[in-house]
Design a binder for this molecule. Structure first.
Ligand code: PLP
Length: 375
């Protein structure tokens, strides 16, 4: 966590007061919540009233996808189409699949090109084909595995032309690239991706957007998301986001330079390595690489044993490594997809971290190649 976030959070963890209470302590907590809402709104370029606090990115995505769909569908029952990019995070992907499996939604998965950018022409065709029948479009701001930034403004313009609500999952983008949350109808952000605490997030939702709540109760947060507000986490999120916004240009330039060096050196020093994602329109802190002849899990565990932590975008199902849906959608074959790793760089990454990786990685790749891909 950023020190600013920790400080703001610690101060609130020892304070008393439910922000929905009317007594002095409650009003004090409410003031913290509302000031936090204002600073978050200002970073996201929306009105404070648009900011709805949630328990994180996953809840914000579920609230938007299911809430927008259900509200639109009950107002106009013929609107059963949901158009979603095929590279969404599971927070969106599984929510969309749930609507398809249990609530009669007709899901159209929009393809992406080889670098993971959604096909806007296909979206336009689908909006024409589904005119009067589309309930919702969902396309993320930037992909969490390969980092490719999506054509959000073009998607928003198309959705506006067809009067269809548009949700964008900006969990990875906020704090890394300029994000104007007023562009889509709703937008999800998460505390722990911006140097804030885990377990808090935001759904920025236009006041005009009809959203059915998922959680019913005390009517907090415009009655869209009931539950006592987590003042410490909200204060921490606001402090982190404000700090991330203030140093973004400088931090991003530094992270991008290190990321480019990492990619250049790994590709230059180890045979059979390819980079995935858009090399230009890409989040600064992600390097996504495929290592020919290796199993990604083997690489990950060998690196972890050497004190280097990285990730795979894919899940393990019953112990069998599964290729990432994002990489498959980009046209990679299953073996290549499974040979891939995501290296994430952040505010505290240094030149010596890159040196350390390059000391270890060639040996790790050689070992993983000897073991070969899992069957
Ligand atoms: N969406 C994206 C793109 C993410 O990368 C993540 C988390 O990694 C989420 C949603 C889920 O957010 P949270 O961890 O706050 O639930």
């Amino acid at each position: 966590m950023r020190p600013e976030a920790l400080e703001a959070m610690l101060a609130e963890l020892v304070a008393v007061g439910n922000p929905s209470s009317q007594h002095t302590s409650g009003r004090r907590a409410r003031r913290i919540v509302e000031e936090s809402r204002e600073s978050i709104a200002s970073v996201l370029a929306v009105a404070p009233g648009d900011v709805v606090f949630t328990s994180g990115g996953t809840e914000a995505d579920n609230l938007a996808v299911k809430g927008l769909y259900r509200a639109r569908r009950s107002a106009e029952p013929q609107r059963t189409w949901v158009l979603s990019s095929s590279i969404e995070h599971h927070a969106v992907l599984d929510a969309v699949e749930h609507l398809g499996a249990h609530e009669d939604a007709d899901v159209v998965w929009l393809p992406v090109d080889g670098v993971g950018r959604v096909d806007v022409e296909r979206l336009a065709e689908s909006l024409v084909a589904g005119e009067g029948r589309t309930a919702l479009v969902t396309v993320m701001w930037a992909n969490n595995e390969v980092g490719t930034i999506q054509p959000v403004a073009e998607v928003a313009a198309l959705c506006a032309a067809y009067g269809v609500p548009f949700h964008s999952d900006a969990v990875q983008a906020v704090g890394q690239v300029p994000v104007d949350a007023s562009v889509p109808t709703t937008l999800a952000a998460s505390g722990h991706k911006v140097g804030g605490p885990l377990g808090v997030g935001v759904l920025s939702a236009r006041r005009s957007a009809a959203i059915e709540p998922l959680v019913h109760g005390g009517g907090q947060e415009r009655d869209i998301r009931s539950g006592t507000l987590d003042t410490p986490a909200i204060a921490g999120l606001a402090a982190a986001l404000t700090a991330a916004d203030a140093d973004r240009d400088e931090r991003v330039a530094q992270v991008r330079t290190l990321r480019d060096e990492l990619v250049h050196r790994v590709v230059g020093e180890i045979d059979g390595v390819t980079r995935n994602g858009d090399p230009v329109d890409c989040l600064p802190g992600i390097a996504h690489l495929s290592f020919e002849g290796c199993e990604g899990d083997a690489l990950l565990l060998l690196l972890d044993a050497a004190g280097i932590e990285c990730s795979r975008g894919s899940a393990c199902s019953a112990g069998v490594p599964q290729p990432s849906h994002v990489l498959l959608a980009m046209g990679l074959d299953a073996l290549t997809a499974r040979s891939s790793l995501r290296f994430s760089l952040g505010r505290t990454t240094s030149e010596s971290d890159i040196d350390r990786l390059l000391d270890v990685l060639p040996g790790v790749v050689a070992r993983a190649r000897r073991a070969g891909p899992a069957r």
